[in-house]
Design a binder for this molecule. Structure first.
Ligand SMILES: [Zn+2]
Length: 167
């Protein structure tokens, strides 16, 4: 029986990592990490509603230290704390979904600290993914909207301002 953290999101989908499985790494949440994942799922329920109530695919949630580092996550990633989720394969495309969510984030409708449009490519709805991160230590969410792009082989984060269109 799957254990659900909220109505539509299971613990399993929030901690699964094919990298961890392949490398034999433990990705079992601590009590605190599990509490954090519940908070993330509550935010995801809001996002799901904004996107028309269809099911969302979480490609990555908790990534404990070695799992995160091995998968190439940022060293200070909130995925390590179970405070983030990546959404991919969204029904109308990842970038389109991002465009629907960001006005809400900018208005502070959801307690999102950072939403990052990761590696979108114009005209390729399946490219990239959406990162949603919550504030550490119960801090006040900054409602930051960022984009990640690859510049000279390195990941660069920059503020993504209205009208949110891909440059
Ligand atoms: Zn992420």
């Amino acid at each position: 029986m799957a254990e659900y953290l909220t109505d539509n999101f299971s613990l399993q989908e929030m901690i699964r990592s094919s990298y961890a499985t392949r490398m034999g790494l433990d990705n079992t949440p601590t009590r605190k990490q599990k509490q954090n994942l519940v908070e993330v799922c509550e935010v995801l329920e809001g996002v799901r509603e904004m996107l028309g109530g269809r099911s969302l695919f979480v490609s990555s949630g908790l990534r404990k230290g070695k799992v995160n580092d091995g998968q190439g996550g940022a060293r200070n990633s909130v995925h390590k704390l179970g405070l983030a989720a990546d959404l991919d394969n969204l029904p109308d495309g990842n970038y389109e979904a991002f465009l629907q969510i960001v006005p809400h984030v900018s208005r502070g409708d959801l307690p999102i600290d950072q939403i990052i449009g990761e590696f979108f490519i114009e005209g390729e709805p399946r490219a990239g993914w959406i990162h949603i991160g919550l504030a550490r230590g119960g801090g006040k969410p900054r409602n930051q909207i960022l984009r990640a792009s690859r510049v000279g082989g390195r990941t660069r984060y920059s503020v993504w301002a209205e009208p949110w269109a891909l440059a």
